[in-house]
Design a protein around this ligand. Sequence first.
Ligand SMILES: Nc1ncnc2c1ncn2[C@@H]1O[C@H](COP(=O)(O)OP(=O)(O)O)[C@@H](O)[C@H]1O
Ligand SMILES: [Mg+2]
Length: 312
Amino acid sequence: MIQTKGLTKDFGAVHAVRGITLAIEPGELVAVLGPNGAGKTTTMRMLTTLIAPTSGSAEVAGHDVVRSPGEVRRRIGYVGQGNGAGHQHRVADELHSQAAIYGLSRADARTRVGSLVEALDLGDLVKRKVSELSGGQRRRLDVAMGLVHAPGLLFLDEPSTGLAPQNRANLWEHILRMRAEHDMTIVLTTHYLDEADSMAERVVIVDQGEVIADDTASSLKSKLAGDRVAFSTGSPSDLAAIVSQLPGSSEVEATDGEVRARVADGPVAVAEVLRAAFEKGIAAGSAQTFRPTLDDVFLSLTGRSLREENAK
Ligand SMILES: Nc1ncnc2c1ncn2[C@@H]1O[C@H](COP(=O)(O)OP(=O)(O)O)[C@@H](O)[C@H]1O
Ligand SMILES: [Mg+2]
């Protein structure tokens, strides 16, 4: 569905995208993660033909983005970062205008708009002005706008940014239902790591214009981050010495009454540390193991926290 080779984009001296090579198969749901300024939006804008690459190539929905932008546009939907419908128009008019832009007949437009309004829960809103919608309602309208022409491939740039958790969940429920019904391929960006973790079958992590990881969330976490463990103890330095001996242990921190570390396998580490502590007569109280997050993955790849970078 998407095939890029060495895609780059320079804005003057700014190297926004530095050679992205990606292949996305039909039906995949891929989340692109990365800190602000990583080049996610720029990449999406190249793939949706809105800006031309500086070098490299991209084929989207079977057509080259530079040679056949019209063919690409007809086959994709794009919900840009915080853009969307004009303010003073009514919701229904916006959707019908969008249908007209894509060349749907009036009858087809009525059917299509009707089913999108139902699928995205916009029924009570069709007569309202876009400017009167809440953030969550507005984003659902944006998604409907991107789907009017029934594209097989949908790009969503931070569709849920700024929404309350309940509205986020609601938006995703709608998007996932539409995906199941229409067999869509979806490429999205998000700041919410938990969203990417729970929904995407594949996570592409971008940093400074390059892809630094590309795999399922679970294999990224198990390959790159490992588990975290924490022990409460009366002898932190003695227990830290034991923890440091574990295979694959790192970032061992002994603080007042506690030892924390990163290890390859949390439950195995807990069993071994407690056994060794018992043998050596070192007091060890409770033990906890934490599964890694995608933030741990980013941290282990870059030494920075994606959560903190995005909060800036
Ligand atoms: N039109 C533009 N002109 C100049 N610089 C730009 C433009 N668009 C984006 N950039 C720069 O390119 C880099 C990548 O931006 P962007 O793709 O928006 O990142 P992301 O979406 O990952 O936050 C940033 O340094 C940004 O400031
Ligand atoms: Mg962006």
